[in-house]
Design a protein. Structure first.
Length: 175
């Protein structure tokens, strides 16, 4: 049996939603995910094929069992191939799977060699480098990879801590 081509530390599943706050309430009510921390119009420096790209989105981060759940509302995404990739899923369908990796460049190169094209590189407002690769034909969504820095692991721990002993009230919170 061949070894997995995907990284092994799956840490998040993300879904595209048409209305972020309504989706947070629905996920909390229907499956017990949450509570959700919302960041509106997240600032990123993005490129597609080495050219500047626009990736304007708002995101909500909540806990869903052992994984972080991200709900993504896209506002603007271009150029067209990038827009098609990020809007590939119907509302409430998987947008991407996120993985921690030890070495972003090496992991990205290995995935590209195995047939997962690089769709977007971005740098978050905190300086975190992220790569999105196209895994739609294999796993039904994009692949998001980034190094599990102390900063990002603290964010994941904060979301998980909020969920511990959460009683289901106040599912929507703003960062």
């Amino acid at each position: 049996m061949p070894a997995s081509t995907l990284p092994t530390e799956l840490v998040q599943i993300a879904f595209t939603v048409p209305d972020l706050e309504a989706a947070c309430r629905e996920w909390a009510e229907r499956v017990g995910a949450g509570p959700f921390l919302i960041r509106q119009h997240m600032q990123v420096n993005a490129t597609h094929d080495g050219e500047p790209a626009i990736y304007d989105h708002s995101a909500a981060f909540g806990q869903w069992g052992p994984l972080m759940l991200e709900l993504v509302e896209l506002h603007e995404c271009s150029p067209a191939p990038l827009n098609d990739a990020f809007r590939h899923s119907a509302p409430n369908a998987v947008n991407h799977y996120a993985y921690f990796v030890e070495d972003l460049a090496a992991s990205s190169a290995a995935l590209q060699e195995q047939g997962f094209p690089l769709m977007m590189e971005l740098v978050s407002s905190s300086g975190m480098q992220v790569h999105f690769l196209d895994g739609r034909s294999t796993i039904g969504g994009l692949i998001e990879i980034y190094e599990g820095s102390e900063h990002i692991r603290a964010h994941y721990a904060k979301v998980a801590e909020l969920a511990r002993d959460w009683d289901g009230s106040d599912p929507v919170r703003y960062m």
